[in-house]
Design a protein around this ligand. Structure first.
Ligand SMILES: Nc1nc2c(ncn2[C@@H]2O[C@H](COP(=O)(O)OP(=O)(O)OP(=O)(O)O)[C@@H](O)[C@H]2O)c(=O)[nH]1
Ligand SMILES: [Mg+2]
Length: 195
């Protein structure tokens, strides 16, 4: 697919199905812990500074944000999980929103599931991966913040993450950095292959 990544914009934000875009464009959703770098991933992939809003403040993204890319595909930025300072009610609301999208959205082609390369995956990370495998949703694991780990240690961290996730070797695993842009071409290849 020929894709002009410079022709990208936020299309709309939605809390539920009735507000999703109503067409057939393929979608790639971003999932991961709050602060793992989902919005930064979108910005890096689209070569933009702040198209998807990022901040040091976790929990900033509250709705499903749909980004139109050249009228050919969309990224869907999903609010992060595991942010401690939200009420049980809000967490439940989040769970319903995310589950509705992931289990019913026909446009969804794959989920980019982000984990922090520096740390072992959290229980929530493991649960998300298991959920995606259970529903047979194609998944691309992206390990973020690779710039914070010396290259000589990347393998060790990658192995630890794969082990904890019970990683399926037929899935993609990409080491990524929004700072150095490491892994960007590989991530695009993996995404385009899923469309
Ligand atoms: N060093 C480094 N910092 C990163 C990287 N990716 C993201 N960050 C930083 O991590 C923080 C959180 O990034 P976001 O992209 O806002 O994270 P998010 O997953 O969208 O967070 P929520 O919207 O709260 O779920 C910001 O301060 C980013 O600058 C990376 O690859 N390397
Ligand atoms: Mg975000």
């Amino acid at each position: 697919m020929e894709l002009n990544i410079h022709n990208a914009e936020i299309l709309l934000s939605a809390a539920n199905k009735s507000h999703y875009p109503q067409d057939e464009l393929p979608e790639i959703a971003l999932a991961g812990r709050s602060n793992v770098g989902k919005s930064s991933f979108i910005n890096t992939m689209l070569n933009r500074k702040n198209l998807a809003r990022t901040s040091g403040k976790p929990g900033k993204t509250q709705l499903l944000n749909f980004f139109n890319i050249d009228d050919k595909m969309r990224f869907v930025d999903v609010p992060g999980y595991g942010y401690a300072r939200v009420s049980k009610k809000e967490r439940e609301k989040w769970g319903r929103m995310i589950e509705e999208y992931l289990t019913t959205r026909e446009n969804l082609r794959a989920v980019v599931s982000l984990v922090d390369l520096r740390h072992d995956p959290s229980a929530d990370d493991v649960q998300m991966y298991e959920f995606l495998k259970y529903y047979e949703i194609p998944v691309i694991i992206v390990a973020t913040k690779a710039d914070k780990i010396p290259r000589g240690k990347w393998n060790k961290h990658e192995s630890a993450i794969k082990k904890k996730l019970n990683f399926d070797p037929s899935d993609d695993f990409i080491l990524f950095s929004s700072v150095s842009k490491a892994g960007m071409d590989e991530a695009w290849d993996a995404i385009l292959e899923k469309l």
